[in-house]
Design a protein around this ligand. Structure first.
Ligand code: ADP
Ligand code: MG
Length: 679
């Protein structure tokens, strides 16, 4: 039985409507879960109605009916029980005209309001009762539905076929797992989610399905780990006893505690013969470059080469410029591999990398091109890892023999989220900024005070400092948002007519973008009007003011990243967030005026807006869950993760019979598939 039409009561027409909901097979139907339940069991006496914000139930006799036949028909019935009376109102139900009679007993459900002593219910649901019928309500599941396919119809079809459907379903969980977590059997869980006898029964059934979804993601990550541990070997590097001393000797400052422990974690990984796969997270300015340099040093001391790949030429060039003074005193030169270099430069770099003479290549995607070969590539560092595709990262690694890999990102991702979507990576966190940084002074301003913000930019420019003005949209067309193009034109002719203003957005060619950016970097522009394309990590120490228009369109984490473009030098820096003074927007943004801790901000953002928006996670498919929610259900995730570790420890390839259901689940579950395909 594999098509919906094999089920009772579903013909072609109805099957087509189910198709619109993505329900194509009987199993899809069984797994189409209610998103809420209406509890119709408890009836509130008329005298007590209106104490709850949610929908309430009542049972009584109709005393009087009034019908208004207009374009929007309104039916009002006065209903009475032993305790009092209330008015029940039906809006827009033409088919009910003439159907409700005086003396009739009815059950009604809806939201209740009280006004000037009158209790009124806006009826969502009703049923006539026989004179002597004792009202018995049930818990009614409410399904995701469409205009052409109501929740009621879905429920009806499910009820009619539930026994057959439940028989179809295999339980992916091994019995031992289900038992140890006290989950009921799968068939009972399905019944409890579709026809619960109590709200608790529905909730614990749901927990089983959430757990199962998480388990597949956690298992996928754990399997990848196991493969890394037991599969092809990397070169285990030696860590000379004085390595840290040698590294620190040339530094003009002391390492932060966070840098010290992160370097230690990385060096330990590199000393093992399982290839390192570590993610280094650290806010802009937390000193990741230094940590990368330490890893490169260890590789070089073991005679193997390193490659660092960044997403754009500007970022790659900055890395090269920062690494050179750290590594040169240690005898390590930087070889650049960029798209824009001359053929001659490229040939020279290629030669040195192929011969092994050069210990470090820093570059862009150009590193991936054929002919860029390494004598012995032992360490791969990928900056802003989420900006590269799976294949690109794999391609660079394939230039070595199972090299150690360090991923870096300046996008702080909440720990809870990172632990799940990056579960196949080990995490290092630079959660401490080097001393002496002054936090960027951040203010929220309502839109009507924009002129003040621009005045501030002008004042700033008179002191020869530069400013960014960021807006969300490129063109005017986009609904209600400020466009950079229009704002740029306007500012150039009005407020900033005497300043040098540039425009940057994603529809410029890469060349135009580089040109504008280069002008800003060299200080020949005072003001850069831009969308959010300004690179993470771009370092213009003379830029000290950022104005963000329509700041409410962004998440806190993104705004925090954005403002990291200023505050790169010694001068005090400012970030002005402009937003409408409505719907609590300014209040929501105010968090940024209090905190400069990227991780704290990311956690708050996760609370405010959910996991989908964190760089790379939405597109990655890793948070693509049907019932689970990484924020709400994080405890269930932890349990699933522990469980995955135990399963893989005993059965590292999922070959045992009891785990067959799990192996199938991995293939079926989108986030697990994404995890298995990632690198
Ligand atoms: P990130 O790449 O994480 O944004 P960088 O590595 O570029 O940060 O470091 C930012 C700045 O901080 C650089 O100018 C660097 O020299 C400086 N820095 C790094 N580590 C320290 C430290 N321990 N003490 C003082 N300054 C540091
Ligand atoms: Mg950096």
């Amino acid at each position: 039985m594999s098509t919906l039409t094999d089920l009772g009561g579903i013909g072609k027409e109805l099957a087509a409507r189910f198709d619109e909901l993505g329900v194509r097979t009987p199993l899809d139907l069984l797994n189409h879960f209610p998103f809420r339940y209406d509890d119709l069991r408890i009836v509130t006496p008329a005298a007590e109605l209106g104490r709850s914000e949610s929908e309430e139930n009542a049972v009584g006799s109709i005393v009087r009916v009034r019908e208004r036949r207009a374009r929007l028909p309104i039916i009002e019935a006065e209903i009475e029980d032993d305790t009092g009376r209330f008015i029940a109102t039906w809006f827009g139900r033409a088919y009910l005209i003439g159907a409700l009679r005086q003396g009739q007993r009815v059950f009604v459900r809806g939201r209740v309001t009280k006004m000037r002593g009158v209790t009124a219910m806006n009826v969502m649901l009703h049923r006539s009762l026989d004179d002597r019928e004792r009202y018995r309500g049930e818990i009614v599941p409410v399904y995701p539905a469409t205009k052409r396919l109501t929740s009621r119809k879905i429920r009806q079809v499910l009820m009619r076929n539930l026994d057959r459907l439940v028989d179809l379903a295999d339980d992916p969980l091994p019995q031992s797992v289900a038992r140890s977590l006290r989950f009921s059997a799968a068939d009972k869980a399905y019944r409890d989610i579709h026809v619960p006898e109590t709200p608790d029964a529905a909730a614990s059934a749901r927990k089983r399905f959430i757990f199962t979804e998480f388990l597949s993601l956690a298992l996928a990550a754990q399997l990848k780990r196991a493969e890394r541990e037991t599969g092809e070997k990397a070169k285990a590097l030696k860590r000379p006893g004085n390595l840290l001393a040698e590294f620190e000797r040339n530094l003009p400052f002391d390492l932060t505690q966070a840098q010290r422990s992160t370097i230690d974690e990385i060096w330990r990984d590199m000393a093992r013969d399982a290839p390192m796969n570590r993610l280094l997270q650290g806010d802009v300015g937390s000193g990741k470059t230094l940590v990368a340099a330490a890893a490169i040093l260890m590789a070089a001391r073991n005679g193997v080469q390193s490659a660092l790949m960044a997403p754009t030429e500007i970022l790659a060039a900055q890395h090269a410029a920062k690494l050179a003074p750290l590594l040169l005193p240690l005898g390590i030169t930087v070889e650049a591999v960029f798209g824009s270099q001359t053929g001659r430069e490229r040939e020279a770099a290629k030669r040195k990398l192929a011969s092994g003479e050069a210990r470090l290549a820093v570059g862009t995607h150009a590193l991936l091109t054929e002919g860029v070969d390494f004598a012995q590539l032992g360490l791969v560092i990928i900056d802003e890892q989420h900006r590269f595709g799976v294949e690109q990262r794999a391609k660079l690694r394939a230039k070595g023999l199972w090299p150690h890999t360090l991923h870096m990102t300046a996008t702080p991702i909440p720990r809870t989220l990172a632990q799940s979507v990056y579960a196949d990576l080990d995490l290092s966190v630079l959660d401490e900024l080097p001393p002496g940084r002054t936090p960027i002074e951040t203010f929220t301003l309502r839109r009507s005070r924009l002129a003040k913000a621009y005045e501030f930019v002008r004042l700033n420019a008179q002191n020869a400092a530069q400013a960014y003005i960021v807006a969300p949209a490129i063109e005017e067309s986009e609904f209600g948002t400020t466009s950079v193009t229009a704002e740029y034109e306007r500012l150039r002719q009005a407020e900033f007519a005497d300043l040098r203003v540039g425009l940057l957005h994603g529809r410029l060619t890469p060349r135009e973008k580089d040109e504008v950016m280069a002008r800003f970097v060299s200080g020949t522009l005072d003001v850069l009007v831009s969308t959010t394309v300004i690179e993470v990590g771009v370092d213009v120490s003379n830029a000290t003011v950022m104005v963000v228009l329509d700041a409410h369109r962004y998440g806190l984490a993104q705004l925090h990243q954005l403002r990291g473009r200023v505050g790169r030098g010694a001068a005090r820096s400012y970030c002005l967030l402009i937003a409408p003074d409505e719907a609590g927007e300014l209040e929501r943004l105010a968090f940024l005026t209090q905190s400069s801790d990227g991780f704290e901000i990311a956690e708050e953002d996760l609370r405010q807006r959910g996991p989908g928006q964190f760089a790379g996670t939405a597109q990655s498919g890793l948070v693509n869950f049907k019932v689970a929610d990484l924020v709400r259900d994080i405890d269930i995730y932890r349990a699933a993760k522990r469980c995955a570790e135990e399963i893989v420890e005993r059965d590292p390839r999922l070959e045992k019979a009891e785990n067959r259901g799990l192996a199938d689940l991995l293939e079926a579950q989108p986030s697990a598939r994404a995890m298995l395909a990632s690198s």
